[in-house]
Ligand binder design. Structure first.
Ligand code: ADP
Ligand code: MG
Length: 728
């Protein structure tokens, strides 16, 4: 066994679960490190407090004077907790969070110093932003971008730093981050949904989009990861033969959580409680060493921040426990990958979940309105929705028969399918009083039953209605939820705006009553969107054919999928809503395409290196042992040696063939990369990486994995799947 592999294994096997403190009552520490509403109420003057609440609820501006007060209060609160630094915390388009710490400490002359934090520092900062991705919005001569405080997401303490959630925009006002378009999308969906909700209740003043994410991840011992250059550099294994035992026995899912993992989770949950991240659920996932963590859902912007923060925190806590967290969508071939289901709904300031079926006919009409409009929005924008979750790593999941396919469809369950079918069957434009009563009794009146039914049986659907929310399941585990959430909330907003226009027109022109107009429009929507509804097995080949017949897109790769990001339809929708302008949309596209290329490029280099510098030399070493053996046999048996070396001779030849195949595969891959790198147009370059470079990975891997099976385990340098997956 190579020394590295040996030591990694030895280290990992000797680990004890880290001792953690006695469990405290979680509610008693919840939010202790957050400058939340309760804290603000205590620390701020009434004026300042009212001003923040107004900013949170109505998006009003906070004056500089008040900002000074708030900053001072924040600093005092934080310093009591041992904080020395502050940072604007933001989510640039690299996918990771960014922070640059500054001390409160300032000198004031004459050898004196004080701790200072004013409104100016709270509200705005100018990080040297030239090295964040900007897709051409800023050239390096105009490398100015600034971060600006987002009061809707509370400041928090991590370690000894006060973190202030901010947006990140260019000097000319274009969004350079994930949060800015999300905030705009949440604003438009609020406005559009309030206008529609007012049909049912005049008191509705605000509608919040809610998000409950479910984070899947792998926990692998740190030493084992360090022994694998592919995991270290790309977050996944680029080669490795499957283990004799994988997940066939289904003995990990919901099983007892291993001790070391449990110690990690408890430590992590304590940190989450302090940070106000309301984590609630933890369990083993399907694959060995795979787990899931889910919180109680929150307002979408806060939930997105909390997920980004959580991913950081998970990595930091993992270090303490000698683990490495793998967020990659497919770290191991042949076992399940990881996703991040996004549970989404809309709820009003009056406490009504607009996607929960009610108990009265009127509330059910309201439910149906939001339900059907969401379905139509998804149907009309299925390609854009698919694009919102596209990444090199998520390509391994979508369509790989373990996660939803790359085809977007909506699952609603048997009962709601029936309800929609009945509703569709009401023929005449204007409902007679009789029909209307029938509808209320037979159609609308039936809906509450779905609460008794488990609508969540179909795990193969990318977008499923689960009783009182939609669950966008195709989102990848590495994703920043802001991306899919911006798209989903925007398309629903656009849809609700169109819906209101149509209903109002019917009321005005055809003299229909409000309910009748709503029914009429919904019925047409149901007919229109029929093709997106699918209750069957999303993993099946039949569905691929059926979906094609229905005209649904099936964009299997990221370069293909991303095209929908810059279609005229997309640009006109986002511009119309004021969520993003053309420059921002095109910049994002450029960044995502480039990121794809970089990803595949790095993977290609790492694979080439491992194949040539680890696998082939090991194969040669083993082959030499065999050759030596054959030579010895020849010494003993003379010309008859072949009778005694049958297996050895086959192996020697096989190894030579594999080495040759790997070598020519790597050479071809490098040549394809060189050709691709010459392409100027980023979309075409991404295509080349996708169609020419990436397919070589499988070819090279295939032969490396075969060698792993042939070669003496003592010599094999790379930690094997069974060691990575079954070391607890
Ligand atoms: P499961 O899907 O495992 O059966 P739940 O349906 O209770 O469990 O919830 C899964 C996730 O959905 C949780 O993160 C939960 O907070 C979230 N969730 C529940 N209701 C809503 C809602 N109205 N809006 C958004 N997320 C929700
Ligand atoms: Mg779920």
């Amino acid at each position: 066994m190579s020394t590295l592999r040996f030591h990694a294994l030895k280290e990992s096997l000797n680990r004890e679960p880290k001792k953690i403190n006695e469990e405290v009552k979680r509610s008693s520490i919840f939010g202790q490190h957050v400058f939340d509403e309760a804290t603000m109420r205590q620390c701020l003057t009434k004026d300042a407090y009212d001003s923040v609440v107004d900013a949170i609820e109505n998006g009003t501006k906070i004056s500089r004077g008040i900002a000074d007060q708030i900053a001072a209060a924040m600093k005092d609160w934080a310093m009591v907790k041992g904080v020395t630094h502050y940072t604007h915390w933001f989510q640039p388009l690299t996918g990771a969070t960014a922070e640059k710490h500054d001390a409160f400490f300032e000198t004031i002359g004459n050898g004196l110093a004080v701790e200072k934090f004013g409104g100016n520092q709270l509200v705005q900062q100018e990080p040297d932003a030239s090295s964040f991705p900007h897709g051409g919005i800023r050239n390096t001569f105009e490398a100015r971008g600034y971060t600006a405080w987002d009061p809707t997401s509370p400041a928090f303490i991590f370690g000894t730093t006060l973190c202030i959630p901010t947006v990140f925009v260019s000097y000319t006002g274009e969004a350079l981050d994930y949060k800015t378009p999300l905030l705009r999308a949440l604003q438009v969906v609020d406005k559009a949904a309030v206008a529609v909700a007012k049909y049912f209740d005049k008191n509705v003043k605000k509608v919040n989009a809610s998000l409950g994410w479910e984070q899947e991840y792998f926990l692998i011992d740190k030493a084992l990861v360090a022994s694998r250059p592919d995991i270290t550099l790309t977050g996944r294994t680029l080669l490795g033969h499957s283990s004799a035992k994988g997940q066939q026995l289904d003995d990990h899912y919901f099983g007892t959580i291993p001790n070391r993992a449990m110690a990690y989770m408890r430590d992590l949950e304590t940190e989450c409680m302090l940070l106000g991240i309301p984590v609630k659920t933890r369990h083993n996932e399907v694959a060995p060493n795979q787990f899931e963590l889910a919180p109680i859902f929150e307002e979408a912007n806060l939930a997105v921040d909390h997920n980004s923060l959580l991913m950081d925190v998970m990595e930091k806590i993992a270090e303490r426990h000698n683990f490495k967290v793998l967020f990659h969508e497919k770290p191991f071939a042949g076992v399940n990958g990881s996703g991040k289901h996004n549970n989404w709904s809309l709820s009003t300031n009056t406490g009504v979940n607009l996607l929960a079926p009610g108990t009265t006919p009127m509330s059910n009409l309201q439910f149906l309105t939001f339900f059907v409009n969401t379905i139509k929005a998804v149907y009309d924008n299925e390609e854009l929705l698919r694009a919102s979750i596209a990444s090199a790593s998520n390509d391994h999941r979508l369509g790989a028969n373990e996660a939803p396919p790359a085809i977007i469809s909506v699952f609603i369950g048997e009962q709601l399918t029936k309800v929609l079918q009945e509703l569709e069957g009401v023929t005449k434009g204007k409902l007679s009083p009789q029909e209307k009563t029938d509808l209320k009794l037979n159609v609308v009146g039936k809906i509450p039953e779905i609460l008794l039914d488990n609508t969540d049986r179909n795990r193969t659907s990318p977008f499923a209605f689960t009783g009182n929310k939609f669950e966008f399941r195709a989102v990848g585990s590495t994703a920043n939820c802001a991306n899919p959430m911006t798209v989903l909330n925007s398309i629903v907003a656009k849809q609700l705006i169109d819906f209101k226009e149509e209903v109002d027109l019917l009321i005005a022109k055809k003299d229909l009553k409000k309910d009748e107009a709503i029914f009429n429009v919904l019925r047409e929507y149901i007919k229109h969107s029929r093709s997106i509804l699918f209750e069957g097995n999303g993993y099946s080949d039949d569905w691929q054919k059926e979906a094609k017949k229905r005209g649904l897109s099936n964009n299997k790769t990221t370069p293909q999928a991303l095209k929908a990001r810059i279609s005229n339809k997309t640009i006109s929708m986002f511009e119309g809503l004021g969520v993003m302008n053309k420059v921002e949309i095109e910049a994002r596209y450029e960044i995502e395409v480039e990121e794809y290329v970089n990803h595949i490029q790095i993977e290609g280099r790492v694979l080439g290196d491992i194949a040539r510098n680890h696998v082939i030399p090991t194969a040669v070493k083993y082959q030499n042992i065999l050759i030596e053996n054959v030579r010895g046999l020849k010494d003993i048996y003379g010309d008859n040696f072949k009778d005694y070396a049958v297996e050895q001779l086959i192996l020697i030849k096989d190894i030579s063939d594999r080495i040759e195949a790997i070598n020519s595969g790597v050479t071809q891959m490098i040549n394809e990369r060189k050709l691709a790198n010459k392409i100027k147009d980023t979309s075409k370059k991404a295509n080349a990486y996708c169609e020419k470079v990436k397919p070589m990975f499988d070819e090279i891997r295939y032969h490396c994995d075969k060698l792993e099976l042939l070669i003496d385990d003592e010599l094999w340098p790379l930690t094997k799947y069974r060691e990575l997956l079954f070391t607890k």
